[in-house]
Design a protein around this ligand. Structure first.
Ligand SMILES: C[S@@+](CC[C@H](N)C(=O)[O-])C[C@H]1O[C@@H](n2cnc3c(N)ncnc32)[C@H](O)[C@@H]1O
Length: 275
């Protein structure tokens, strides 16, 4: 495992523990009443009906969205995450809700044989995913290999354009701080987590910028066909300090600051036949 990924693994183990007890994910509230904590509207709109589907959720974290798929009627649900603490947390929540969801601890770039090839109708990933991955070519190859012919892949994530802007300043100004085209990892010192910056936790992280052409190109290279691409003026976490939260739990730019894309979704399909 490369050093930056090992650093991120330590971060995510810490964040998994933090998110199990903090208010951001409200795990106890979810366990008490999962039906009152459904998917947000973007996820519902992108994924649609999953009833009866065999579903693979990549980078499933503590598993709340994975469990929502089971609650929505998916027939066979597997979550994958590289953090042992996140996987243990997800398994404990699934056990308390008595939901038959499988959680596998693995790097998404190196999926084990018990996440079999050509076995899933839907592969899904969302909200803070590819920024943690150094190599989208391996990622796309893995996604294509796990889908059945005719199966679909959905990603919903921060728009790559947004991640060039200054995420430190509290001044409501869009200043370019990070490169768009660089493939080098960017090091951050994380205080607390994205759910609570005041929490008593400090760790390093490394993130990779992936351009829109790299995201789309990697999927096309591995034979997937793009079916739908959407951009949004909302994003699922407070990426810039001066963003404002809406009643739907999604974050927006304050009025007058800049009408820019904050998030994208993409649906791609593995063709029924390959030429
Ligand atoms: C922000 S979370 C994704 C959000 C999650 N879907 C949710 O609903 O909360 C990112 C997840 O990616 C995982 N992760 C990061 N790098 C990974 C890798 N190389 N392989 C597998 N999981 C990884 C982290 O452990 C973390 O749980």
């Amino acid at each position: 495992m490369r050093e930056e990924v090992a650093t991120n693994l330590r971060l995510w183990d810490g964040w998994a523990d933090l998110h199990m007890s903090g208010t951001g994910y409200d795990v106890e509230g979810f366990i008490a009443s999962p039906e009152s904590r459904p998917f947000d509207w973007v996820t519902r709109e992108v994924v649609g009906d999953v009833a009866g589907k065999r579903l693979l959720h990549l980078q499933s974290h503590i598993g709340l969205d994975t469990l929502r798929f089971a609650l929505a009627g998916a027939a066979d649900v597997t979550g994958v995450d590289f953090s042992p603490r996140a996987v243990a947390a997800a398994r404990s929540i699934a056990a308390r809700l008595e939901l038959p969801v499988r959680f596998v601890q693995a790097d998404v770039a190196e999926l084990p044989d018990d996440v079999p090839e050509a076995a899933y109708d839907v592969v899904f990933t969302s909200y803070g995913t590819i920024m943690w991955l150094p190599d989208l070519d391996r990622w796309a190859q893995m996604i294509a290999s796990r889908l059945v012919p005719g199966g679909v892949f959905h990603i919903i994530d921060v728009h790559p354009f947004l991640t060039v802007f200054d995420d430190v300043t509290t001044e409501p100004v869009l200043g370019v701080r990070y490169p768009y085209f660089s493939r080098e990892p960017i090091r951050f010192e994380e205080h607390g987590s994205y759910t609570d910056r005041e929490a008593d936790f400090v760790a390093d992280s490394y993130a990779w910028q992936h351009t829109f052409s790299e995201i789309v190109g990697s999927l096309l290279k591995h034979g997937l066909q793009i079916r739908r691409l959407q951009e949004y003026p909302v994003v699922s976490w407070k990426v810039l300090e001066f963003m404002e939260e809406g009643a739907d739990g999604l974050w927006r730019m304050p009025a007058g600051i800049g009408d820019i894309p904050l998030m994208f979704s993409l649906t791609a399909c593995r063709p029924m036949t390959t030429r």
